[in-house]
Design a protein around this ligand. Structure first.
Ligand code: PLP
Length: 413
C-alpha cells in the first residue's frame, strides 16, 4: 500500500524510519477501511496535507505579518496575509486571526480579550453539549471564571430561551457563550444578541462545529451578531487541525494581542498555509454543494435512526450532527459504542439531556467528503441499529463496512 496523497514524504519515511512509516500507513488503512462517524472529524484534501507537510514547518514567526520578532518572515508573511484575507472574505468578517493552535486556544484568547478572572459567564451547560472551555471544572474556564449554565428544554431538547433570558437578567454576566459540541439544531444568534444587549454582556459565538456549514451557506452565521467568533478549521470546514477568531475591526488589535503574546508563542506557518488552502477550497461552489449534502445526509441518518427505534435528540437535525439514545434497543451508549467500534463504525458517546445514561453522537462531515449520499446513510443507520441490537455480529458487520467504504476511498489513488 502507498500513501498517494503525500508520496514523497511517505517514500522518505519508509526508507528512513520504517517503524514510523508503518504506523502512518496503518492509520491511513484504519481511516479508509472503517466508517468515520465522529462528528468533529473530516478528511482534509491532499492540498491541505501538502501544505502541512511543507518546509513552512521550519519557520519561526512570532508576531504578525510585517511585525515579526524573527528575520526571514517575508514569504510566510504573504501566506498569513492570504489566510487572513480569505477568512475575512469567506465569512464577511472585518478581522480574522488565524494563529490559534486549536479551537480551545481560540476560546482562551476570546476570554482573555473580554473577561477578567472571576467574571460571570453564561454558557450551555456541559450535560447539554457545552464544550470543556465553557466552564468545566477540569478546564481553565471553570477555574478562572464563574460559569452559569443554561440548558435545553426537557421535552423538545431545544435551547431553553426563556431560561437564558432569566439567567442573564439574574446574573448579569460579562459574556454569554453560544455554541456546542453536540447541539444538532441551528443556534438563534439574533436571540442571543438581543439578550446580551439587554444585560450589557459581550456575545461569544463558539462555532467550532458549524463554521464549515456557515462557509458553505448551509447554516446561519454568528459573525453579524457575536462580538467575537471562535472556530476550529478541522471539523466540517475540512482544513488542518487548528483554530481561528473572527471579530469586528474595533476588537482586532486586542484579539491579536490575546493570541500572541498573551496565550501563544510562535505561529505555526505550515498550518496557517494549510488554513489558507482550506479557506480557498471552502469558497468554491463544490464546497457549497458539499455543505448542503452534509446536512441532507445527517437528516436522512437521523430519520432512519428514528425508524430503527432510537430516540434522536430534538427529533432530527439542521446540521452535520445527530445525537441519539440507543436505550430503546436495550443498551446504553457506552455498550453501543463498544459494539459499533468492534464492527468498524467509529463514533463518540455523548451526554444526553435529561438522561442518566450516555447517548451516541454521529456526524456526516467525513462520510460526505468520501462521496457518500442519502442511500449510504440509510445503509449505515440500518447497520448501526442491527449491531447495537446485537443482531449483526461484528465479523459480518465489518464485512459490510468494508463493502460500503470500498467504493468511497477518502484518498483515491
Ligand atoms: C471542538 C470544539 C472546541 C475545541 O477545539 P479543539 O481544537 O479540540 O481545542 C471548542 N468549542 C467547541 C464548541 C467545539 O466543538
Amino acid at each position: 500500500m502507498s500513501v498517494t496523497h503525500a508520496p514523497q514524504t511517505t517514500d522518505v519515511l519508509t526508507r528512513q524510519d520504517p517503524e514510523l512509516a508503518e504506523i502512518l500507513l496503518g492509520e491511513l488503512h484504519r481511516q479508509s477501511s472503517t466508517l468515520q462517524l465522529i462528528a468533529a472529524e473530516n478528511f482534509c484534501s491532499p492540498a491541505v496535507l501538502a501544505a502541512l507537510g511543507s518546509p513552512l514547518a521550519n519557520k519561526y514567526a512570532e508576531g504578525y505579518p510585517g511585525a515579526r520578532h524573527h528575520g526571514g518572515c517575508e514569504i510566510v508573511d504573504v501566506a498569513e496575509r492570504l489566510a487572513v484575507d480569505r477568512a475575512k472574505s469567506l465569512f464577511g468578517a472585518e478581522h480574522a486571526n488565524v494563529q490559534s493552535h486549536s479551537g480551545s486556544s481560540a476560546v482562551l484568547a476570546a476570554y482573555a480579550v473580554l473577561l477578567r478572572p472571576g467574571d460571570t459567564v453564561l454558557a450551555l451547560g456541559l450535560p447539554y453539549g457545552g464544550h470543556l472551555t465553557h466552564g468545566s471544572p477540569a478546564n481553565f474556564s471553570g477555574r478562572w471564571f464563574d460559569f452559569v449554565p443554561y440548558g435545553v428544554d426537557a421535552e423538545t431538547g431545544l435551547i431553553d430561551h426563556d431560561q437564558v433570558r432569566t439567567l442573564a437578567r439574574t446574573h448579569r454576566p460579562k459574556a454569554i457563550v453560544c455554541g456546542s459540541i453536540a447541539y444538532p439544531r441551528h443556534i438563534d444568534y439574533a436571540f442571543f444578541r438581543e439578550v446580551a444587549d439587554e444585560v450589557g454582556a459581550y456575545l461569544i459565538g463558539d462555532a467550532a462545529h458549524p463554521i464549515g456549514l456557515v462557509a458553505g451557506g448551509a447554516a446561519p452565521s454568528p459573525v453579524p451578531y457575536a462580538d467575537v467568533v471562535c472556530a476550529t478549521t478541522h471539523k466540517v470546514l475540512r482544513g488542518p487541525r487548528g483554530g481561528m477568531i473572527l471579530c469586528g475591526g474595533e476588537l482586532a488589535e486586542r484579539v491579536d494581542r490575546a493570541v500572541f503574546p498573551f496565550t501563544q508563542g510562535g505561529a505555526q506557518m505550515h498550518t496557517i498555509a494549510a488554513k489558507a488552502v482550506a479557506f480557498g477550497e471552502a469558497a468554491t461552489p463544490a464546497f457549497t454543494a458539499y455543505a448542503h449534502q452534509v446536512v441532507a445526509n445527517a437528516r436522512v441518518l437521523a430519520a432512519t435512526l428514528v425508524d430503527e427505534g432510537l430516540v434522536v435528540t430534538t427529533g432530527g437535525t439542521d446540521t452535520h450532527l445527530v445525537t441519539a439514545d440507543p436505550a430503546p434497543l436495550g443498551v446504553d451508549g457506552r455498550t453501543a459504542r463498544g459494539r459499533l467500534a468492534a464492527a468498524g463504525l467509529v463514533l463518540d458517546c455523548c451526554a444526553l439531556p435529561h438522561a442518566d445514561t450516555r447517548g451516541l453522537r454521529l456526524g456526516t462531515a467525513a462520510v460526505t467528503t468520501q462521496g457518500m449520499a442519502e442511500k449510504e446513510m440509510m445503509r449505515i443507520a440500518a447497520l448501526l441499529a442491527g449491531v447495537v441490537r446485537g443482531e449483526v455480529e461484528s465479523v459480518p458487520a465489518r464485512e459490510e463496512v468494508r463493502d460500503l467504504v470500498g467504493g468511497f476511498p477518502p484518498y483515491p489513488a
